[in-house]
Design a protein around this ligand. Structure first.
Ligand code: FAD
Ligand code: FES
Length: 495
């Protein structure tokens, strides 16, 4: 099967046997999603004495948690500038305090659960690639310092190319994210709590108790946490508030010194850099998900950047993944709807969810246990963000344009000339069919109508998947769901 995890360094050799699926169990809290957000929530709730169940459609850590650059840091590019502009300095201070606590919580959980995940403390940098980016670095330094982080301005970054200046935050974390969350999953399982892999949640009723219909039976729970990355229940209208961005990574084996810090450029194009063993990882090339174009070219640009900076012996891995960006630039963590709800959500981590997913677990464990949490109100999904109205309008106009405009895209009439590994859109009355030819020459045809809200999916050549430009759902070439919010497969057609 093609997944977004294809080729990830962190999933290399990490095949883990699926655990038994549950059938008709009752738990205190059911958590949908076995990534860092869901598993951190589960571990902390279990520590509070709750009986928990994690429902994971695939395998633990094989979502976006297994497909990133694996930096756990409170310094995150120019995030404090962005949050201060959108919400003011008090919100930036809350984000800084919560992120710094999350970094320490990752170190604490790894130590307490004795998780072997190559965790190292390293300095994080946001650097100016040239003099033109220096203003952004200085503004970020001021925003992060005012927010309470012990940042410094420096030009001493251990990169093989000169930088015009950088913000540094000492003592952040580099780790192996899949080993870390597999360790969390082991901590969850036992004493009446469970982790069920290969089980997809299909619907959730907000009743007492909540009923979760899954592919393997019905679970009941007093509370539910939706940590499915992109929320798959539409009742919170999250699809109107999240834009999905796709990014790319390569890992290269290099001769010569490796960077010990974790760096990211302040400007464009983004280049995110860290080392792991004898490898250098370079990430970047972000764009709105589902745009379908030039995916291969993006990998080539990252490889060219790596070759220009290091003596590259081999390109060992390349992978891509996507993450939702909230319209008002703060994660969405808390009750699913403004009305009293037994369902909670954790999403919108802006490509910094190793820190954000951990802080989501900390907030949700407090909220569900009835404890005060100093950050909960700021991250509440039901907050008002008056300054973000134009961004919200742009996001929904974009989805509308895809819904209508993509139906007018021309399709071809024949499938004979589709080469192996390629796909075509074929006219089909008023609708459209996507036809993919696999390496054995066999054709696979699916309706291009996304089963979430009906936008037309597009072929992603790098991943060999059908991706939706509206809210980021992804489907395999046989139509099965790779990533939500969609839960139903694309309709199969005659090829
Ligand atoms: C290229 C790239 C680089 C990044 N680098 C960094 C970085 O260096 N540092 C950082 O902090 N962040 C980084 N991020 C972001 C970070 O990886 C994510 O924000 C974070 O992993 C999200 O965690 P999650 O638990 O919300 O989602 P996931 O890890 O995707 O977990 C969600 C899980 O839910 C499951 N699921 C979905 N729907 C259902 C359903 N209906 N039923 C059951 N299960 C379901 C999925 O299978 C999945 O396993 C990066 C992101 C990208 C794209
Ligand atoms: S993901 Fe919403 S319409 Fe496709």
């Amino acid at each position: 099967m093609t997944t977004s995890a294809a080729g990830s360094l962190w999933l290399d050799g990490r095949a883990r046997a699926a655990l038994s699926p549950p059938v008709d169990v009752h738990v205190d809290v059911a958590i949908i999603g076995g990534g860092i957000a869901g598993l951190t929530t589960a571990v902390l709730l279990k520590r509070d004495g709750a009986r928990v169940l994690v429902i994971e459609a695939g395998r633990v850590g094989h979502g976006v948690t297994g497909c990133n650059t694996a930096k756990v840091t409170a310094l995150q590019g120019t995030v404090y500038t962005t949050i201060r502009r959108a919400h003011g300095p008090e919100a930036a201070a809350v984000y800084a305090q919560a992120s710094a606590a999350a970094v320490d919580r990752v170190a604490g959980l790894a130590r307490e659960q004795d998780i072997d995940c190559d965790l190292e403390r390293r300095d994080a940098f946001t650097y100016a690639a040239d003099a033109g980016e220096l203003g952004a670095v200085e503004e970020e330094f001021d925003a992060a310092r005012t927010a309470g982080l012990p940042v410094e301005l420096t030009d001493a970054v251990d990169l093989p190319f000169p930088v015009a200046g950088a913000v540094r935050l000492r003592g952040q974390i580099a780790f192996h994210p899949v080993r870390y969350v597999q360790g969390l999953a082991e901590a969850v399982a036992g004493d009446g709590s469970l982790v069920a892999e290969g089980v997809r949640a299909l619907s959730v009723s907000d009743a007492a108790p909540c009923r979760i219909r899954t592919t393997n039976g019905t679970v009941t729970a007093d509370r539910v946490v939706v940590a499915s990355h992109y929320p798959f229940l539409d009742r919170g209208l999250f699809f109107t508030r999240l834009e999905v961005q796709r990014s790319y990574c390569v890992a290269v084996r290099v001769r010569g010194p490796l960077p010990s810090g974790m760096s990211i450029s302040a400007g464009s194009p983004t280049r995110s850099i860290r080392s792991y063993g004898d490898l250098v990882i370079v990430g970047g090339e972000g764009h709105a998900a589902g745009s379908g174009a030039a995916d291969e070219e993006r990998f080539r640009r990252l490889e060219a950047f790596a070759r220009a900076q290091w003596d590259v012996e081999a390109v060992t891995h390349r992978w891509s993944a996507q993450d939702p960006i909230p319209h008002d630039h703060l994660p969405l963590i808390g009750p699913y709807t403004p009305l009293p709800s037994r369902i909670h959500v954790a999403t919108g981590f802006m490509k910094w969810g190793l820190t954000g997913g951990t802080l989501a677990g900390m907030v949700l464990a407090d909220v569900i246990a009835g404890r005060d949490n100093p950050w909960a109100a700021r991250f509440s999904p039901n907050r008002l963000s008056p300054r973000s109205t134009p961004q919200l309008a742009r996001l929904n106009a974009k989805a509308g344009i895809h819904f209508v405009g993509d139906r007018l895209r021309p399709g071809i009439g024949a499938t004979d000339d589709i080469p192996p590994g390629e796909a075509r859109e074929v006219r089909d009355g008023l609708g459209k069919t996507g036809v993919y030819r696999d390496e054995d020459g066999e054709l696979h045809a699916v309706s291009l109508r996304c089963t979430h809200l009906g936008c037309l999916v597009r072929f992603n050549r790098a991943e060999r998947s059908w991706d939706c430009p509206c809210h980021g759902s992804r489907f395999d070439v046989d139509g099965s769901v790779l990533e939500g919010p969609a839960v139903d497969p694309l309709e199969r057609r005659e090829a």
